[in-house]
Ligand binder design. Structure first.
Ligand SMILES: [Zn+2]
Length: 428
């Protein structure tokens, strides 16, 4: 199956514009990019005036938590989790996880997200939902290691990793929850297993100031980053969720295998402070994250990076966090995923968006990057999205059974409310 996208303007992963290009897709790959391409076997897709970009990526998500969107509002981070979310979460059913994930996948695909990294339990249910929706997912089998032991959880995690290694749509890794829920022994055991399985980890690090202070007190002056480093966490590919309260001394742990997925909307909404993220972001391999809709109320990485840029600029730093830098933050996540995606170049997976930037809210178009980063709504202005050579959105319409997803999600939400909060206690 070949498709030839004619006369499209490409916005590269670096943020450069290549005008009037033709892009030939063969099966799941980009076969050729150039001017005046001809292929008589290919279906021609006329793209005059449109802009093609690599797909967006969200590197820290909890997709099933979409089912809790709006359930806990106007709460500080501690109450939000301990008193609101966890008591509901501890009573979640597989149905809730399945439909919550599908709801998230539909929203992500509608917002141009072609791949994401998830961190949650019931990874097999999440993988099934993602496969059915046609989105690429890097899924971390999440391990809490309560009571200082994770042996039983690790057996299941190992099976999950082995089942999906080599899959083109699902990429498995291990997800120790955090250096404050997992003991050092548990972290070491999980990271040793990740090395043995040749996979990465995905973990929360230094989200709040209290977590930082607790760690300093409990671990003889070690930050959460220090604890993770002692356990070997930066010797494997590692997605750091948040890193908001990173310390200057933590920056030495960043290498080419480690990135930080950020979600400024969550930080603002839950009153988590500015931390040191805006001070050190250039040294932290920052990529677009999300944290899920329970805290962010949307899965829209364009919105997250827009807020990241605006928060960076607001205090007399308007010349910093430039268009190109912010675009690269949006695009850079691809390099920490195993999907051979993120560039509109021959050999790369056909994972991309087509933007229509001609509407009243976006013209005139002096700078297409400004139109996308500061004016566009991805659900409206992305007309077409392709993942792995398949259209998931075409002519502005999502190719999923959204009616069923909405109905089932609403039903799950009703049952969640009726079941009420559980007695289970967990303090982050
Ligand atoms: Zn998180």
């Amino acid at each position: 199956m070949k498709k030839l996208f004619k006369n499209v303007n490409i916005i590269t992963h670096e943020g450069d514009i290549l005008e009037h290009q033709d892009v030939l897709i063969e099966d799941e790959r980009i076969a050729e990019v150039g001017c005046d391409l001809i292929d008589e076997d290919a279906e021609i897709i006329e793209c005059t005036g449109k802009y093609m970009t690599p797909g967006f990526v969200a590197l820290h998500a909890h997709s099933p938590m979409n089912i809790f969107k709006g359930i806990a509002e106007d709460a500080h981070i501690d109450d939000w989790f301990n008193r609101e979310i966890w008591p509901y979460e501890s009573k979640m059913s597989e149905e809730d996880i399945y439909w919550g994930t599908k709801l998230a996948c539909a929203e992500m695909l509608n917002n141009g997200i072609t791949a994401f990294a998830d961190h949650y339990f019931k990874s097999d249910v999440i993988a099934k939902a993602c496969k059915e929706c046609g989105i690429k997912a890097d899924i971390a089998y999440t391990i809490f290691g309560f009571g200082g032991n994770c042996d039983a959880e690790l057996v299941l995690a190992e099976k999950f990793v082995q089942d999906f290694q080599g899959d083109q749509m699902i990429s498995p890794r291990l997800g120790p929850h955090s250096p404050y829920i997992c003991s050092k022994d548990v972290l070491k055991t999980i990271i040793t297993k990740a090395k043995e399985l040749n996979c990465g980890i995905h973990i929360h690090v230094s989200e709040t100031e209290r977590q930082l202070q607790d760690s300093l007190q409990l671990n003889e002056g070690q930050t959460p980053y220090d604890v993770l480093a002692e356990c070997g966490g930066f010797e494997v590919p590692c997605i750091v969720g948040h890193g908001l309260w990173v310390q200057e001394s933590d920056l030495k742990y960043y290498n080419e295998k480690v990135c930080t997925a950020v979600s400024p909307k969550t930080y603002m909404k839950l009153g988590m402070g500015e931390g040191n993220l805006w001070k050190y972001w250039k040294q932290m391999n920052v990529v677009s994250g999300n944290d899920g809709s329970a805290s962010s109320n949307s899965i829209d990485v364009l919105e997250q990076i827009r807020m990241f840029a605006l928060l960076g600029k607001w205090n007399d730093k308007a010349v910093e966090m430039t268009l190109k830098e912010m675009w690269q933050v949006l695009m850079k996540g691809h390099r920490y995923l195993n999907f051979n995606s993120g560039k509109i170049e021959p050999g790369y997976s056909a994972d991309f968006n087509l933007f229509d930037l001609s509407s009243v809210s976006l013209v005139p178009l002096y700078r297409p990057l400004a139109a996308i980063l500061y004016s566009a709504q991805p659900s409206v202005h992305i007309t077409d999205t392709m993942v792995h050579g398949q259209f998931v959105k075409k002519d502005g319409k999502l190719l999923l059974n959204t009616k069923e997803i909405v109905e089932k999600s609403v039903q799950c939400a009703k049952e969640i409310y009726e079941r009420g909060k559980g007695e289970s206690q967990l303090h982050f």
